[in-house]
Write a protein of this length. Structure first.
Length: 138
């Protein structure tokens, strides 16, 4: 008899690093959502390096109780999800995608838990929000 998702109470990480997966994340995320519903705590979500996911970044990822979220080195496009500032993560890596638009001013008030955030190698425009200067852990 195999283990079911409801048998797990703690998942430390999901690492799809170097998995050579591709496609949009919305379909794949909907498959994970049922499993994550049963997970009481997961601290890391890796979806970087040679995972060629495309489309927009699902906003649902920023509501999860993740300490680190690595979505770098994919083909995500569109704007940074509006609820990024709701994420409890201390590390968010969105580097090396095709994200565009501005970094919203509300990002500058995410709170003191954020230690690392990477936006490099995207097509972002505008200024860094003023509130970023108030981050105490970066």
């Amino acid at each position: 008899m195999g283990a079911s998702a409801s048998a797990f109470t703690v998942v430390v990480s999901i690492d799809l690093n170097h998995a050579n997966l591709q496609g949009t994340l919305v379909k794949e995320l909907s498959l994970l959502t049922d499993m994550l519903f049963w997970v009481l705590h997961m601290s890391l979500f890796y979806l970087n390096s040679n995972s060629y996911f495309s489309g927009t970044i699902p906003q649902e990822l920023f509501y999860k109780n993740l300490d680190a979220l690595f979505l770098n080195n994919n083909q995500f496009e569109g704007e940074i999800p509006q609820n990024l500032e709701n994420s409890p993560a201390s590390v968010i890596n969105l580097a090396n995608n095709k994200l565009s638009g501005n970094i919203r001013a509300s990002f500058g008030f995410m709170g003191s838990k954020l230690k690392d955030i990477l936006f490099l190698n995207n097509q972002l425009t505008g200024c860094i929000p003023e509130g970023v200067g108030l981050f105490t852990e970066i």
